[in-house]
Design a protein around this ligand. Sequence first.
Ligand code: DSN
Length: 426
Amino acid sequence: MPIERPNFVPDQPVDPHDADPELFGIVDRELERQNTTLQLIASENFASRAVIAATGSVLTNKYSEGYPGKRYYGGNAIVDEVEDLARRRVCDLFGATHANVQPHSGANANLAAYLAVLEAGDTVLGMRLDQGGHLTHGSPVNISGRFYNFVSYGVTESDERLDYEQLAELAEQHRPKLIVAGATAYPRVIEPAPIRAIADSVGALFMFDAAHVAGLIAGGAHPNPVGVADIVTFTTHKTLRGPRGGCILTNDADLAKAIDKAVFPGLQGGPLEHVIAAKAVAFREAAQPEFRQYAAQIVTNARALASALGAEGFRIVSGGTDNHLMLVDLRPFDADLTGKLAQEALDRSGITLNKNTVPNDPRSPFVTSGLRIGTPAVTTAGMGEAEMVVIAGLIARVLRHPEDTHESAAVRDEVAVLCSKFTPYP
Ligand code: DSN
């Protein structure tokens, strides 16, 4: 006789839509949105099916606090292989000797790096949020700005490029324990070598937050800060095209130990081994020769888009771009058009991007005078310079008449036709 007992195992149909039609119906609509509208948010990309498969694997079931070979719970021999593979691949990719692949995000990676080398109240230099920096680079509303004494540097007024002279002066004046480089809305190369020299001149540590440009570095399109900076943090989902997550690299054995302790048990609990597996997949993809072509094409496309937008009458901050993004100052195009209004009008037209402050923006971060536009996702989808010119024309059409819903609908149709030729997930 079979034993009568309640069955707590949910039905497991092969198609998850049969298990939860409501949720997977929503996921389907997001897939449709990604396939049929233009994704121009500079920090987004289309992960490969292999990356997505790893993220959706049974590794999500396992607890593995600790590190390979030193876990708190049993049953981690296989998970150790996953995490070791991810660490090995990312070290090979960037020429590092130590990697921590556990940070759940870029913000966590940065906080762990701070926890590893700073005490509360220590002085740190970071880039101003409204000139391209990140919340975790000392914004007063972020834990970084509340726990540490951040002093901000920015860009020059004349050419809107990183002001290395100001950085050197502030370092001399404030004698920081750490200098943080890196940005979320800065369209030019950030040179690690001069910042290393400034850090050395005042005995500071140097951390490079490569979140945005990690894929460009991996693909050889930007200088590699590993071995120049003491610590390099980055996210794995932007230009690097992996799963959402963070990573920390260093070539210093003492810092490596401090960083590992800071990530766990300092800041996080159980690592997301399914995401770490997906990071391993992405690191392998980024090591392929085609990824070098991809990184170069991201920059070529960004330059083509910036130049075409310039021809449509927009002012491009700093006059162009060296990376995957551009900042558009809307004021010369239309003094009354805010970033907020432009983002909303473009959203209605199937063009997804984000409002952004421009250097010395008189408007608040919720309104802004600018837009940030990025090419990583459309480049993954296969678009090239010709499509960038088309996209610039569509953006200009919408923004000449941002309230015109007929124009928005017409552009949305054209966007759908364009995207049908470059579908990321056919
Ligand atoms: N949200 C990211 C970006 O868009 O740049 C930064 O964390």
